[in-house]
Design a protein around this ligand. Sequence first.
Ligand code: GRF
Length: 220
Amino acid sequence: MARLRVGVLISGRGSNLQALIEAAADPRYPAEIALVISNRPEAAGLQRAAAAGIAHQVIAEADRAGFAAAADRALKQHGVELVALAGFMRLLDAGFVESWRDRLINIHPSLLPAFPGLYPQRQALAAGARFSGCTVHFVRVEVDTGPIIAQAVVPVRDDDDEARLSARILAAEHRLYPLALRLYAEGRLKIAGNRVTVAGGSAPEIAALNPSEPLASGRG
Ligand code: GRF
């Protein structure tokens, strides 16, 4: 079976790109990375693409519409069917988002719709949230909105700082993005309004409590 051709847009480190590359290294994985585009020439993710033998390009157009037009052309030249944003730190042109509607996904390091925008891990700590996590969602024009495909939850610990919480969330991201992409590639996602249903998908049964203490304290 032909694998889904995916274009990945990055701006930096590219650790999520790496997770997708590693998933796609298995020939049974239903998607392959056909092209990596970075808006920054110094993005470390470009080296990851090169090391994996994946076509990669820098599109450093300052103008938003100019970037969108060049990216769209490159994606089409490489036969891309789905675009995955992975740490892509630029706002996308609305026309681009509309023309890739339901074929454009993103990963964000919070449990959306909580903490959209910049520094979501810092926002979660400042709000005193007991859990945070990450979300893979279809992209809509408004930043960090769009039907949610999959989420992973991690606990916030009392001694967390932004770096520790970010690392815990990032480890979950590296599991979640390959899973969400696989579900898409297998044609198992159906969008109805803001909700996505996953054919054959199952949710965990048990609620997680944080702090997780037994009901009785054992005192008295
Ligand atoms: C990740 O936390 C991702 O969720 C966010 O930006 C970060 C990118 O990290 N959108 P990397 O470039 O994938 O390592």
